[in-house]
Design a protein around this ligand. Sequence first.
Ligand code: FRU
Length: 475
Amino acid sequence: VIIVGDSNYRPTYHFTPEKNWMNDPNGMVYYKGEYHLFFQYNPDDNVWGPMHWGHAVSEDLVNWEELPVALYPDDLGNIFSGSAVVDEHNTAGFKTGNEDVLVAIFTHQNPETKEQYQSLAYSNDMGRSWEKYGENPVLINEDKDDFRDPKVIWHEETQQWVMVVAAGQEILFYSSPDLKEWKYLQSFGHGMGAHGGVWECPDLFTVRNENGQEQWALLVSINPGAPNGGSGTQYFLGAFDGETFQTSQTETKWLDYGTDNYAGVTWSNEPNDRNLFIGWMSNWEYAQDVPTTAWRSAMTLPRTLELSDSGDLLLSKPAEEISSVLASHNVEFNASEVEIQDNPVLKSGTFQIRTTLDLSEEKSVELFWGNGTSGVSIHFDKTTSEILIDRSDAGYNFKNMNNNDLVVPYILPESNELELEIWVDKSSVEVFVNGGERVITFLIFPNTPFDDFKIRSNSGEEFVRSLSILPVSKD
Ligand code: FRU
């Protein structure tokens, strides 16, 4: 028996810090060939503690180089979540050299009073070293205990910076010409969306579809209150004119129906004009208990967020660069059942499964991978329009979760096709359904390798139209 240990839980093509605790992605910004990823980091322990900004860079979104800690706690407090921008026109006046200046806008949290306020830091050497602004904080709000996670964007039409920042169960909007002086614009959230917990880590950006339709998207993370328990991310589609965000959306929409995608936001200054997103692949209910010791937590795959053709959904797709780590291509076939055993690709724990299922004649189908005693099952029930995921026998009992069963509402399109793209990386699973109409991200901690695989249904029809199980390997 091969026992899968701690080191085998570390993902290979997802970002993890070399050691210790990580939560939210922060300050994602692209500058001169480098995707910067900062993150909530405790360099001294593998549980949450005094927060710093850890730092990593990547040229290809697959290989990450961890750099020294970028921001340390100071007299004003610990360094909570926030964003970063390239201040191309030097609006804040922090530029000293030839490089454009990068400015980070983050929350300081006073560990004694718990007060939270927004501050600045800047870098004139491509993000390698950071200086805090001498007149921090730049934005305080006396009536709010929870006032954090500023995300700043440049609003082209009005030629100003716009900040969205979480306050209790609302998102506050501010504008600024120079990142230092902020003018209050509006509060959003009262009577809108899910309110099962505190609102955190907002993001604001435009999305377009192929019909030329454009919408503004507002992401809001919420803890607890996610559809499958604990922390999760909802979104609103609407209009924003530089002053007011408005939406006619009445139902709550979730960016990811899995348990493990939180506090995600998009990159600033993305060179290909994509909404490039990354989230923290864990859940506050159990993040500090999961069975890894040297390091704790990984980020999701980088994903692009797009507007669906129907104009009412945010689609999530793995960033194109990720496909570069696949070894081979799709296999066409017809089968009424698939059963694979002792498969070396599955055994490696890092693979991608892609399958197209024709559900015209089926009531329900099940996809399973695991071994004799444990595994993960993904079940689609056409009669109830639900995807059911069972990870109760996937090696670990996640605290405070509903039997570790995930329930995801999903109505099959008229084609009756269910296309699943499943990315597994040792201890994480990301399921993309029908081109990103649903995403379900969740953790597993197998005790022994999962090297068997099955797809089956009740009908005996040939419903499996394509299947590939591909190794994922980086160079
Ligand atoms: C979200 C969050 C943020 C906060 C940070 C602290 O996970 O609670 O609201 O800034 O984590 O680490």
